[in-house]
Design a protein around this ligand. Structure first.
Ligand SMILES: Cc1cc2nc3c(=O)[nH]c(=O)nc-3n(C[C@H](O)[C@H](O)[C@H](O)COP(=O)(O)O)c2cc1C
Length: 185
């Protein structure tokens, strides 16, 4: 394993609930991140209008511009999300849509990307996590292999269980250590 480099990770949380387990996971990762790794939880995703090409461009909503700026200034992106009806929550999908434009030059383009989270089902949100990774990849992010934890929260509290916490921090470390391969043009 290589040393963790100094790196800044923008975090998108898919749940808006005040008591969200996924938000708590994001906060734990932020508060106990390894030295050199800083996490910025991007709040206010619910204040961003649904993506609409008619309102994008020079006059894009300030909330969407703020999202783009926060992600553009990060080195990497981590989504921490539950699953809603077999896929990612709409608020996360909307954020990725805004980050995907302008086409080919969106704030998420080229950023190493990982996704993890927990749900109180046996599957732990794996469809949501698969869909989020696919969507982010199509939007231009570099989806990092093995930075996915789909944790069932039926038998364990993912915020306190030592084994689960170790898995979550290992995923964060893999994202932080990832170095994109530069290919010659
Ligand atoms: C509208 C809705 C749809 C849901 N659909 C799923 C689902 O398809 N799969 C799943 O594992 N959990 C599903 N759940 C349960 C969520 O995973 C659960 O509420 C989770 O704890 C939310 O995460 P949070 O604590 O971070 O808010 C759903 C919850 C809601 C509100």
């Amino acid at each position: 394993m290589t040393d963790i480099q100094n790196t800044h990770v923008a975090v998108l949380v898919g749940s808006l609930r005040a008591g969200s387990v996924n938000r708590k996971i994001a906060e734990i990762l932020r508060d106990e991140a390894p030295a050199g790794v800083t996490l910025d939880i991007v709040d206010g995703l619910d204040q961003i209008p649904f993506y609409n090409e008619d309102i994008d461009g020079a006059d894009a909503p300030a909330t969407a511009v703020a999202l783009r700026d926060r992600v553009a200034s990060a080195d990497r992106v981590l989504a921490v999300t539950p699953e809603y009806n077999g896929t990612m929550p709409a608020v996360l999908n909307n954020a990725i849509d805004w980050l995907s434009r302008p086409y080919g030059a969106g704030a998420i383009v080229g950023k190493p990307f990982g996704v993890l989270g927990a749900t109180p089902t046996p599957y732990g949100g794996k469809w949501a996590h698969g869909d989020t990774a696919r969507s982010a990849g199509i939007a231009g992010a570099v989806v990092v292999e093995d930075v996915t934890v789909s944790q069932s929260a039926i038998d364990v509290d993912p915020t306190t269980d030592a084994e689960v916490r170790a898995k979550l921090f290992a995923a964060l470390a893999r994202l932080a250590e990832f170095t994109p391969t530069v290919t010659a043009a």
